[in-house]
Design a protein around this ligand. Structure first.
Ligand SMILES: [Zn+2]
Length: 287
């Protein structure tokens, strides 16, 4: 999970710009009039979200009691890929260093090709297009998160706009050797994390998004790139094999402690069996 900066857009202006881009529907001649009315009728709800966001307690918001027509109209405003939402993603990119957000901030594995409604739009259609409620997300995480927004009144999933990962390590990895090839077995543990509520939130998020399973599945790529790095370094340095592994271990010490690449590479370089695996590859020049 990686915290990112939220979009810097005025929610009311954004809401109105989405409605201004709407056209009358031949099969529903009162549609345009109805959605234009939403500009005034939904304005207070947008302010309520922004205030709760500022106070970091969006879970305290209660769903609005509305008829199915208004619900459908509000939901019709969200069309991923439509220009206002492309502009929103552009704004997010600008807020976050000016380059494309390449990885899903929840899993760090897949491409964020969707927007997650942090408060689900099926429960809160009034926030279906609130910019602070729209978070870049991969389809996998989005599908797992679905309508999970609170657990017993507490935030169900880490909010990458509001929550910050702890500095202490909570992601760990063991190495298993299967058919002579190292394999990752990730796990989380909060014993080092001082903020226990934050760790509980991370634990819920890992469970809801199935992150451990995803990390284990995606670990082969990390092994491949470490093999590449070892090959590259072994050509450049006149170090013994163990000295080379120790040198690489030292480099990983400066990386973020909960980065899944770093955690697995460190485990591989610390493990006697995987060291032997790399040594055999180096000796037989198969690396
Ligand atoms: Zn993801």
């Amino acid at each position: 999970m990686e915290s990112i900066k939220h979009p810097n857009l005025d929610p009311a202006e954004f809401f109105n710009s989405v409605i201004d881009a709407k056209r009358e529907k031949k099969e529903d001649t009162t549609y345009l009039k109805r959605v234009i009315n939403l500009k005034d009728n939904n304005a207070q709800k947008l302010k309520d979200y922004s205030n709760s966001f500022s106070n970091n307690n969006i879970e305290s918001l209660s769903p609005m009691n509305i008829n199915s027509q208004i619900k459908d109209d509000l939901l019709s405003l969200y069309i991923y890929g439509a220009k206002p939402f492309r502009d929103l993603i552009q704004n997010l990119n600008e807020q976050n260093g000016g380059h494309e957000i390449a990885k899903c901030p929840h899993c760090g594995v897949n491409t964020p090709s969707t927007l997650d409604h942090f408060l689900p739009k099926t429960v809160f259609p009034e926030f279906a297009i609130h910019p602070l409620n729209l978070i870049p997300c991969c389809p996998n995480c989005n599908g797992h998160k679905s309508e999970a927004w609170h657990r017993n009144g507490e935030r169900a999933c880490f909010n990458v706009y509001l929550d910050k990962e702890p500095d202490e390590q909570f992601l760990f990895c063991d190495v298993m050797i299967i058919n002579n090839i190292p394999s990752a077995l990730y796990r989380i543990d909060g014993y080092l994390v001082k903020d226990k509520e934050l760790y509980a939130l991370i634990k819920r998020t890992f469970s809801i998004l199935h992150l451990i399973e995803l990390y284990n599945k995606a670990s082969d790529e990390i092994l491949k790139s470490l093999r590449k790095e070892i090959r590259h370094q072994s050509r450049n340095w006149k170090l013994s094999q163990d000295e080379l592994f120790d040198y690489l271990l030292d480099c990983y010490k400066n990386e973020p402690c909960n980065d899944r690449d770093n955690v697995y590479c460190t485990a591989l370089l610390n493990n006697e069996h995987s060291r032997n695996f790399f040594k055999e590859l180096l000796t037989s020049k198969k690396i």
